[in-house]
Design a protein. Structure first.
Length: 226
């Protein structure tokens, strides 16, 4: 191990860190906004700070403890999409509760799932069980990745299907700046299929129900703008 630091190596290291920050920072912020959206949007800044701090801890732990040099890490989209769906379900189940109570419940959910996931991966690594991952069928992995994309789209458009209740709730839909229009067809909710059209006007995204097909009672579509 060398005891001296070569100054000529600092510039490439700082350059890599800068590029990594430019790429990861917007992603981490978008993940936080995805989780703390809707009724929790008032706490979005606090959520962004929490996720940024968590990302910093992840980078430090991986950089200082990893046995392979040059490895970096950051929060991922899959857990963010799942946590965003969990946050939406928690808020919907706490009707009438103060916004602070909903926020604290979601934060505790994020903390507990992070701790449990960390312990699980420590168990996998400690007992050298990662080699069994290759036995997971490819369709399962492909379905998980595809489901993650669907959850991200649902989070961005604010779509919350309620099949047992025969309703679809759409809250504060947002289209990215590079996408002005989006049409979703044959969205199945219970016994109904519906088509939705999203169109961005300035800073607001409007929703139009194009068609509803059902073999029973048609699904109800509720659109809310906060």
């Amino acid at each position: 191990m060398r005891n001296k630091i070569d100054v000529r190596e600092l510039l490439p290291v700082f350059s890599i860190g800068l590029v990594d920050g430019v790429i990861v920072l917007p992603l981490v912020i978008s993940f936080a906004i995805l989780i703390f959206s809707g009724e929790l949007s008032a706490f979005a800044t606090t959520g962004i700070g929490m996720v940024l701090f968590g990302g910093l801890i992840v980078q430090l732990v991986i950089g200082l403890t990893n046995s392979t040099p040059g490895i970096i890490g950051a929060p991922q989209d899959s857990p963010a999409a799942i946590l965003g769906l969990a946050a939406t379900a928690i808020v919907a189940s706490m009707k009438g509760a103060p916004a602070e109570a909903k926020f604290i419940t979601v934060v505790m959910t994020v903390i507990l799932t992070s701790i449990i996931s960390g312990l699980f991966f420590l168990f996998i690594g400690g007992f050298k069980l990662s080699r069994f991952v290759r036995f997971i069928p490819y369709p399962v992995v492909g379905g998980f990745v595809a489901g993650t994309g669907l959850l991200l789209v649902q989070g961005a458009l604010g779509i919350m299907p309620d099949a047992p209740g025969g309703a679809v709730h759409i809250r504060n839909p947002v289209l990215p700046t590079h996408l002005s229009k989006l049409t979703i067809t044959n969205l199945r909710v219970g016994a109904s299929r519906l088509s939705l059209h999203f169109e961005r006007h300035a800073s607001r995204t409007l929703v139009n129900v194009l068609a509803v097909e059902s073999s029973a009672e048609p699904v109800r579509v509720q659109i809310e703008f906060g």
